[in-house]
Write a protein that binds this ligand. Sequence first.
Ligand SMILES: *[C@@H]1O[C@H](CO)[C@@H](O)[C@H](O)[C@H]1NC(C)=O
Ligand SMILES: *[C@@H]1O[C@H](CO)[C@@H](O)[C@H](O)[C@H]1NC(C)=O
Ligand SMILES: *[C@@H]1O[C@H](CO)[C@@H](O)[C@H](O)[C@H]1NC(C)=O
Ligand SMILES: [Zn+2]
Length: 533
Amino acid sequence: MVGQHTLTTVGLILFLSLDWTLSVIPEREVHPSFWNNKGKQALHSALSLKPNVHRAKNSILFLGDGMGIPTVTAARILKGQMKGGTGEEFVLAMDTFPYLALSKTYNVDQQMPDSAGTATAYLCGVKARYGTLGLSASAIRKNCSSTFGNEVNSVLHRAKMAGKSVGIVSTARVQHASPAASYCHSADRNWYSDSDMTAADIQAGCRDIAYQLVHNTDINVILGGGRKYMFPKTVKDPEYASSAGVRGDNVDLTAVWLSNKKNAKYVWNKAEFDTVDPEKTDYLMGLFEPGDCRYELERDSKKDPSLTEMVEKAIRILSRNPKGYYLFVEDEGRIDHGHHASKAKHALTEAVEFDNAIERAAEMTSELDTLSVVTADHSHVFSFGGHSARGNRVTGISLLMSNKGDDNKTFTTLLYGNGPGYKLVNGSRPNVAETEAAANGYIQQSAVLLDSETHGSEDVAVFAKGPMAHLFHGVQEQSYIAHAMAYAACVAPYTDCAIPEPEPEAAHAGAIHPSLVVLLLGLIPALRPLIPV
Ligand SMILES: *[C@@H]1O[C@H](CO)[C@@H](O)[C@H](O)[C@H]1NC(C)=O
Ligand SMILES: *[C@@H]1O[C@H](CO)[C@@H](O)[C@H](O)[C@H]1NC(C)=O
Ligand SMILES: *[C@@H]1O[C@H](CO)[C@@H](O)[C@H](O)[C@H]1NC(C)=O
Ligand SMILES: [Zn+2]
């Protein structure tokens, strides 16, 4: 127990005045052998990592809107704590992806990017202006006539042209900027329906995003929110008496979408969604809310499917195509929206559900033929830090100086650089109680008052696994993501790729079991110094 004593001493030096009931060191971690074994296993994984140089039959891009690195870390700890652990040691599904890169997120005209310009980059491979969708930077925001001739196509569109099935799943409205860049060309991300556009722009030939959703690329699976943009103003919403369609052209776009398709279904609630048999369905559109889906924290599981359930259904339908599929999954328009509202718990709970969906997709697919990429469009001015003991509640308060800042006030370890959380009471920052900070709707404090907290400008991570995942390395322009994914799948402009087809599962049946490898590892002289004595 010498190790334990040493660690406790270090702990005391760091956190002289903290409440010890909050600090929990898992017993195994005081033994050097624990870290040495962990290190050896990680080293073995690194040494045996071989690039999969086969073709990606299937590709899935998971986009955590606004999921910067502090969000990933805080979501990891939250998920671990939800499972009863201290949290820091927890491993997210995305953490297990072997290849990583950093993505530079700026728009051509903005240091701090938005979801539209960034979506055009990572979906179409071309960096664009702030607020524009599926258009090169020659197009100008809100300028309809600058649309024509400047269209750029997404990898999703090109995958469809190559005969694959394609789908989009989002917890935001499906006409939201991130999914929209996969199927539309719009000089403004806010042209959700014709009611959001001027008559002159419509006259000039520009079309709203919802219209383009059903008229451009032939998309097999569309799941998320946004049904109000699909129906005329005269049509009441089936779920909320106070809501109705918003279209001025009197067109029911769901009917248009269904009209030329076989084995196609439109659903708007969980019960209908559950009756959809993926084996008999080629096309599924499910729009579960008039606008964005509810936050995971507020979702009624009887009325709306979770992101994980939507991803599962999408993969089942898409994977029936022998040529494979391309799936775009966005959680979280809602991570982003949670951060804008500076409600960190909302944002982080969404990030946890996002990881659940990644986990479920990993169970349903094979790394041999499916390229999975997880990234974010941009970060937020969200910070995670301040003296906190091991296992400190993610939404908890800092333990610095008897729980106080130099202004004698408590503060949370989650904070925003700017946002709605700026507050003065009698000329100074208010105290924060642990229970107040843990409440669902709590708004974290910020240094500068803004109605809506802003995006961040720093790089975001790209996690990849599967065929050609090793192409995701180093520091890259965000537009590179589309190029690497197109190349891996041999779709335009990389149709002449000479990448061999994926290896069948069976080829790996005779592989050595990992535990045997770990056992044999001890025999490698170079690694012996790492073995605890
Ligand atoms: C809009 O775009 C067109 C075509 O690119 C261009 O000629 C025109 O000057 C632009 N208008 C404005 C107000 O920027
Ligand atoms: C904080 O409290 C200490 C001790 O009561 C006092 O000396 C100090 O002036 C206070 N600081 C502020 C900023 O109020
Ligand atoms: C603010 O100051 C007023 C007047 O001194 C006092 O009554 C009130 O309790 C103070 N509020 C807080 C939150 O300290
Ligand atoms: Zn945003």
